[in-house]
Every structure is written in C-alpha cells, then in structure tokens.
Design a protein around this ligand. Structure first.
Ligand code: ATP
Length: 381
C-alpha cells in the first residue's frame, strides 16, 4: 500500500505529467428547461483519481455519462488525450465505465465475466486467459475464478466488476459510486485497494461519490458540485482547510460558520467582529473583501480548545459558554457549547484519556473556547 497522502500523490503526478488528460470546456447539459450540468470547465490530469463529489441530483452522474459518451452535452466540448470526443459514441472513446450496480452476468463464472469483453474483441484464447488471470490476481480474486456471482460477497463482486472494467486496459475508467453496496469496514478497506490498483496500472480514474469521506480517502483532487456547477476543485487538503465558500465548508466535514463584519484589514491579518460569536476573530491571513463587508468565518470543531480556565493573553479568539450537550463517540467526544449570544458551537476533542476518569468537563459547566489565529477561514460567499 502506498503511504503517500492523497495530496502528496498529486504533487508527484503534477511534476511529471502536468498536461490535462481530460478537458471539459464550458459543458452544459439540459433536460428540457432543467439545467443538470451548468457551464462546467474542468481539467483532469493523467494518472489522477479525480472525485466528483456532491449531493443527490447535483449533476455528477450526468457529467460522468457525458465523459463516457452515453449522454451528449447541449453545448461545450469534451477532450480526451488531446482529441475532441464530443460527438463520438462510447465505443470510440478510450473509456470504460463501472456502473452503480456492477451488473455481472449471473450465469457466467468470475473468470468468464472478466474475459467477456476480450472474447467479444476476438482476442486469441491464450491471451484472454493470461490477461483475465492477471486481472483476477490484481484484485485478489484468482482463487474464486470458477465461482458464479451469487456465490460471492458484495465486496468480492465489486472486485470482479473492477477487474472486468480494467481488463481491456482503458486509459480512463469512470466509476459511479463504486463502493456504494459495501458496508463501512469493507468500503474503507476497498478504498485503499482501489488506490493501489490505480497506482499499479496508472489508469486515470474519475469517481462519482456523494460520500465526502470516500472522496477524501481516494482522491488526488476533488471537484465539489452543487446545482450542476463545480464550486471548487482542489486536493482533499485544499478543500478541507481552505474552502472557497460556505457551501464547501459546510459540505465537507462539519464546521461552525459565523457571520461577521471585516473591521480591520491588513495584509497579514484581519479582525472580524461577529455578533453571533459575541466577540471578534483575529485571523492571521489576509482576505479579499472590502472593510466593513459581511463575511463568514468557518471554524472546524476539532480546531477549538475547550477548558475551564480562561485562556491567557488578550481578548480575541476566545469566548465563554456553557456546555449544553456532550456526545461520546468512542474515539472522540462532541461538545455543544451555548454562547451568551444564544449561538451553539460544536467542539470535538479526541478521547486521549479513557472515559470515566474524574475531572472531565460535563453538562452545564461554564467553559472557555479558544482557537489559534491560523485556524479560522474567511469566506465571502
Ligand atoms: P445521485 O447522487 O442522486 O445519483 P447525481 O448528482 O448523480 O445524483 P444526476 O443523475 O446527474 O445527479 O442528475 C442531475 C439532475 O438531472 C437531477 O435533477 C435529475 O433528475 C436530472 N436528470 C438526469 N437525467 C435526466 C433525464 N434523462 N431526463 C430529465 N432529467 C434528468
């Protein structure tokens, strides 16, 4: 397994193969008056795992189907490996698509399922056997080659479907919610397998998912979609740490969003006064907004410290409150802290010390919340 973080993998890829492999230029797809995909321009690099992430109905499957050629754009163009494929049918594109339901042929064995596409292409029998065998080896299914799909678990069927979609060596593999049928543990395991397989073969993957954790694990880059538009494209770290909007901040992970007003605007810091907070944020990075402008501050729950004692130092980046709720989740605890403004703030703390130990912060206690000046992110839309 690769130990590289997704963003590190991206950097490595960026160095060597920076030219876009897939290019969408102002692609729009309408169904009647309804705009399912709205003026999307996007570049995907060779060898990436690119995740399209968004809520139900945001247009991600439609975008994927246009890449595959099952759907035509109403306007705009699609380029793969420097070729304009906009009008081309699916079978003339260097693309394969793995659908939401894996749709294995029930009457065929695992090996026959994997070999099916090669047989259709009239490839010599010995080569079919070798290539299907190698693919089954890659997805660790060789010992199940003689079984029928109904004799397999969901995860095993998923791996067979993956082998089948890779055996013809597509340059671009499109995966629509590939792990949706798996339970959480198997999903997590399979996510890492998928990364390994992709790295071994160097195929470019475009994965559609509504599961942000899955996108964070798999992707070298993520495109966050809403209402047919791509709202932000970036590495998992970019998207999580530097969301460009309230929508992205709120969609990825959980976040506390505070409305405020820019009261001091210097190149290396800003101060934002917020009635919702009942105080001010001092933030150690500049923002592009006019003084006095209404902005929003996004503060992740894990970046907030909770303590009984008032933090030392001056008055920004801290606020007093009362613990309204505590949820114990095993690895961490979630505190909902009510501020004097009436606003509740979500705080998470890792459970480093075993629960039940004396001295823990509990319900109705008066507490202080504080955070580092580097932690909040300001968004203007
Ligand atoms: P999900 O996660 O639920 O699969 P999605 O983001 O993949 O959602 P799409 O399948 O791309 O969403 O659909 C985007 C929008 O376009 C939806 O509102 C859907 O109802 C609409 N749509 C998709 N296909 C058609 C069609 N053939 N005719 C009319 N509307 C369609």
């Amino acid at each position: 397994m690769s130990n590289a973080r997704p963003d590190q993998r991206t950097e490595a890829r960026q160095d060597t193969r920076a030219e876009p492999y897939v290019r969408l230029e102002r692609v729009t797809r309408k169904f009647g008056d309804f705009v399912a995909v709205d003026d999307v321009s996007l570049q995907i690099r060779r060898g990436e795992i690119f995740c399209l992430l968004g809520g139900s109905g945001c247009g991600k499957t439609t975008l994927l189907r246009m890449l595959a050629g099952f759907e035509q754009p109403t306007s705009g163009s699609i380029w793969i490996d420097g070729v304009d494929v906009t009008g081309l049918p699916p079978y003339e594109r260097p693309v394969n698509m793995m659908f939401q339901s894996y749709a294995l042929f029930p009457h065929m064995t695992v090996e026959q399922n994997v070999a099916f596409g090669l047989r259709q292409d009239r490839i010599p029998r010995a080569e079919i056997k070798e290539r299907a065998g190698a693919m089954l080896e890659l997805v660790r299914m060789r010992e199940f080659a003689g079984r029928k799909p109904h004799q397999l678990s969901g995860g095993q069927r998923q791996r067979v479907a993956l082998a089948r979609s890779l055996v013809k060596r597509p340059k671009l593999l499109l995966l629509d919610e590939p792990l949706a049928a798996l339970d959480k543990k198997l999903r997590q395991h399979t996510q890492f397998e998928l990364i390994n397989i992709q790295e071994t073969l160097g195929v470019t993957f475009v994965v559609v998912t509504h599961d942000q954790e899955e996108a964070m694990t798999l992707a070298s880059r993520i495109g966050v979609m809403n209402h047919g538009e791509i709202i932000q494209v970036g590495t998992p770290t970019d998207i999580y740490e530097y969301p460009n909007s309230r929508f992205v901040a709120d969609f990825i992970g959980s976040v506390n969003l505070f409305e405020g007003r820019l009261v001091e605007d210097e190149p290396d810091y800003v101060r934002i006064a917020s009635d919702e907070l009942g105080g001010a944020f001092y933030i150690s990075h500049g923002v592009s907004a006019a003084p006095g402008a209404v902005v929003w501050v996004a503060l992740r729950p894990e970046k907030i410290q909770i303590s009984r004692e008032q933090p030392e130092g001056d008055g920004d980046n801290r606020i007093a409150g009362v613990v309204a709720e505590i949820a114990y989740l095993g690895d961490q605890s979630v505190y909902l802290v009510r501020l004097a403004s009436g606003r509740q703030v979500r705080v998470t703390q890792p459970n480093i010390v075993r629960q039940g130990s004396a001295g823990r912060i509990t319900w109705d206690e008066a507490v202080w919340l504080s955070w580092d000046a580097t932690s909040p992110v300001v968004v203007t839309q």
